[in-house]
Design a protein around this ligand. Sequence first.
Ligand SMILES: *Cc1c(COP(=O)(O)O)cnc(C)c1O
Length: 447
Amino acid sequence: MNLDAESLAALRDALTHLSTGFDTLPNHDADTLDDAGRGVLLRVAERLTDNYPYHHPLYAGQMLKPPHPLARTAYQLAMWLNPNNHALDGGRASSAMEKEAVAELAGMFGWTEHLGHLCGGGTMANLEALWVSDQRRRGMVLASSQAHYTHGRISGVLGLEFAAVPVDPSGAMDLAALERLVAAHDVGTVVATLGTTGLGAVDPLPEILSLRDQYGFRVHVDAAYGGYFVLTDNLEEQTRAAFASAGQADSIVIDPHKHGLQPYGCGCVLFADPDVGRLYQHDSPYTYFTSDDLHLGEITLECSRAGASAVALWATHQLLPPARGGKFAESLEHCRSAALRLHRYIEKSPDYLPLMPPALDIVVWAPQGDSASIISSRSEALFTAAAGRDLHLALLSVPADIARAHWGDAVTYDADTVVCLRSTLMKPEHDAWLPEIEKILTAISGH
Ligand SMILES: *Cc1c(COP(=O)(O)O)cnc(C)c1O
């Protein structure tokens, strides 16, 4: 398998160009790798072969997507300077690029005004969103029982009361249950997940926003995984409506390192009201001296942050603007059509049981069986058998009541959860590789 060494030539050209920008300095030869260093690097390569092949289309398991070659090389290029986007003093160009790239992310949700920045990932981004939200509207935090597990934990870190809202058979937040909770408690923030990490479910955001008008809580949208689907044209109507209303939320989290072709360490938090910036106010005695312009450290909880992340995202946006109808949006539409196709295959198969149709590009299913425990052990066996044929899936523990809503009484529910297979089809190539994936699944089932 060729891991694209070709882009190193482009990196070398760009690096030469970058060097010329510092030509007026007295000569100083930068450190390079000696033989010992090269030796270690080869040992690193050896160690790294101990990984699942995340970059290959037959890796159809966890939420992993290879970065775009441009993101990878732009990130590396920036590493020769290693800017720090905490302050303009540490990352002048990369801070400007971050502001531009983040404005483009906000623009995806129709925001021309916003406050936002990149951060380490979705967890950090959600932490900031809930921290800000609580300062604006004190009270309990609610998220669905299928929301990312960190919402409960983050609430604990922030000392906020947290409760999980039950879900419907699609895995989306149950509105009647939500209304009962907001009527009975002093709720500060409702987290609506647009694309849950496990099932890929999308909470009914337009209805949640109507309840906000009635009860006055804040709405935070966790679209760490699903956010970019706002650009796509092949969603079901209800899902489309949820994404279309995301701009009415108070804050949004989206992870460029999930679906946005970026290396890890790139999450993003966005606020509708730029005035929340004042909540971050602090007096750093040593940071912000080079300019009166906004230093990103004045509006972030984290201090040092990789300027390289911003450089990579900015570069990716130049090539693949995050806009409807563009090449990037089209690549996401391929992911979604791959998921629809896999779901249809599972529906038709005599050997496999489908769960809910995919709202985005995650498909969850299981092998046939008479009971939850048999299905669980068959899922685990299938996971191993598929890996033996180079097809890498993931496992997901699904609450028995969700499974029952789809499989009815043909299955005995002798456990609270059923282990199922889960495929995140987030590489656009998955669409073209689906026949191969189906062939392997059929070969394993024996039909
Ligand atoms: C992945 C994910 C998170 C956590 O993000 P990290 O980048 O892994 O920290 C939060 N919420 C959702 C919906 C996610 O999919």
